[in-house]
Design a protein around this ligand. Structure first.
Ligand code: VG1
Ligand code: CO
Length: 544
């Protein structure tokens, strides 16, 4: 094995966002682009000599090419072992589990998550540390800084590795192991949930289900767990083959993109339970016959019922939610007298709290829920959690949700996304909102009096790090909120997200459409930010 040092010139746009570096495939295909970023990561880490690196991705276009490039670079940079998912595949939660289980030094996960794939679409890369979770901002800032001054990267002249044959081989100083991407994960799930009960509930026909893998990574995981192990009919998993372009769709689990599932779930033939996951398998959408469960409600319901699940039967040490996620889970924490933390958007902020044992469950409004079993959000875990709940409570999804609202009240919630807004317009919207903040407290709009208006700044209670500018929040005396923030995962222009919530304690008013129930606040949000006026748009691109 001969190590080659290649001269390169820096790119100035390799600043990781909410979840790794995401760009168009064409950007990643520029000479040295991927190599520069990977070398910048390797250069920024502590000593990597003889260490183990986990490698896998969601199977999107460019995955296999990127993996071969990274194998050669990892070998040249002195890693001792690479653990790679067969076919170059690993879901994000499975990669997190592999890093933890095999005590790897870290992992590179290749994915742009719910963004579309294909030659003209998106690719992404993210580094996870030894706890299995996304690298903190301290690391990602170091990667970016290094990428601005990089002058060379290291690679080797070894042949491409056969990614499809399971087994180990030694090449020079590096051992390369190809593993089954699913089996460790399936084992982990069996250690958390009551698989015996789930099997009975499925075979007896009490639970019927449909899982939409959206032609992305969760297909093989769902087939193995739901069909092979739990005995669900094979038609229960649709779009199960991971495709490089996700069949031309957005692998984004919401009612707009998982429309095949959505149509069935709101028809007379709906199964008891329906769910979907995203490109890299960390998100989940939960539905039941004729009901969609918002991710914020799902988090609260999981927290309120966790004691019914074997792994959480002793209760939760605490819970956390990202700042724009609704306050539904806060009510559960208050009732159970456990701590509830509010973190910035992005899973990396939960890592320290999970490692310190301060929280057991956490989640985000963006279809992400997870626990201390890994350090990523986990789509299929959430699906199994819900199935386990339905099996124990012997109640349909709608009843579980309505019972929850009855007990805790309903946090009516929605998010409006304006995608691919011209960056200067998006920046001016945020600037102008910022300017209004000091004048808002005390002002009254209809029934809503502003209690506070600020920009969310987070201080990590474990390592003391501070993250500023994490979203603009306007909170009202009655607990309602409007939150504005710019996305950190898009690849075209800027995406403005507007998050709106209002608490409804009255059970007679729980069955309202969120858009109608929140109409006043939705209008007020427009009055404050003028996104429609400034972009000439009439509606958001996506409503969740
Ligand atoms: C979005 C979500 C955020 C999530 C992130 C990564 O980020 O809002 O909650 O953690 O995606 O999820 P942003 O910055 O675009 O709002 V995934 O499944 O794309 O890795
Ligand atoms: Co994802």
């Amino acid at each position: 094995m001969q190590i080659e040092t290649i001269t390169t010139t820096p790119y100035n746009d390799q600043n990781p966002g909410t979840s790794g570096l995401r760009k168009k495939v064409k950007v990643f295909q520029q000479p040295g682009y991927l190599e520069n970023f990977v070398q910048s990561i390797f250069d920024s880490l502590e000593d990597i000599t003889h260490k183990t690196l986990v490698l896998g991705g969601d199977g999107r276009y460019f995955n296999r090419v990127a993996i071969q490039i990274i194998i050669k670079m990892a070998a040249a940079n002195g890693f001792g072992e690479l653990i790679i998912g067969q076919g170059g595949l690993l879901s994000t939660p499975a990669a997190s589990n592999i890093i933890r289980k095999y005590q790897a030094f870290g992992g590179l996960i290749l994915s742009a998550s719910h963004n579309p794939g294909g030659p003209d679409e998106d690719f992404g890369i993210k580094y996870n540390v030894s706890n299995g979770g996304p690298a903190s901002e301290t690391y990602t800032e170091a990667f970016y800084k290094r990428s601005l001054s990089i002058t060379e990267y290291k690679t080797t002249n070894i042949q491409d590795i056969d990614l499809d044959s399971i087994g180990s081989q030694q090449i020079g100083n590096i051992k390369i192991t190809i593993i089954d991407p699913v089996s460790d994960y399936a084992e982990l799930m069996q250690s958390i949930f009551d698989f015996k009960l789930l099997k009975q509930s499925i075979s007896s026909g009490y639970i019927t289900l449909l899982f939409d893998a959206m032609s992305a990574i969760t297909g093989p995981y769902a087939k193995r767990i739901l069909v092979d192990i739990l005995g669900a009919p094979s038609e229960s998993v649709i779009n199960a083959e991971p495709l490089e372009d996700f069949g031309g769709h957005h692998p984004d689990p919401n009612l707009a993109h998982a429309h095949e599932l959505a149509e069935l779930m709101f028809s007379d033939n709906a199964p008891v339970f329906g769910a979907a996951s995203d490109g890299d398998g960390d998100r989940n959408m939960i539905t039941g016959s004729n009901i969609f469960v918002t991710p914020s409600d799902s988090l609260a319901i999981l927290a309120a019922n966790a004691h019914l699940i074997p792994a959480y039967s002793k209760g939760l040490s605490g819970v956390a939610r990202s700042m724009p996620t609704s306050q539904a889970v806060d009510r559960v924490a208050a009732k159970y007298n456990i701590p509830c933390y509010e973190t910035p958007t992005g899973w990396k902020f939960f890592g320290n709290l999970l490692d310190a044992g301060k929280i057991t469950l956490c989640g985000e409004e963006s279809f992400g829920t997870g626990s201390d079993h890994v350090r990523e959000k986990d789509g299929l875990w959430a699906v199994l959690f819900w199935l386990n709940l339905i099996a124990v409570r012997r109640q349909p999804v709608a009843d579980i949700v309505h019972d929850h609202w009855q007990k805790f009240g309903r946090d009516i919630y929605c998010r409006h996304d304006y995608e691919a807004v011209e960056t200067p317009i998006a920046n001016s919207i945020v600037e102008d909102l910022r300017k209004q903040l000091p004048t808002l407290p005390g002002q009254t709009f209809g029934e809503y009096t502003v209690k506070y208006a600020d920009e969310f700044c987070y201080e990590d209670s474990i390592d003391g790090s501070i993250s500023k500018n994490q979203g603009i929040r306007i909170g009202f005396e009655n607990g309602s909120r409007i939150v504005f923030r710019l996305s950190g995962t898009g690849t075209v222009g800027a995406t403005l997200r507007i998050y709106i919530e209002r608490f409804e304690p009255d059970a007679d008013k729980h069955n309202q459409d969120a858009q109608i129930a929140l109409a006043f606040l939705i209008d007020l949000a427009e009055q404050l930010c003028e996104v429609k006026k400034r972009t000439g748009r009439t509606e958001p691109d996506v409503i969740t």
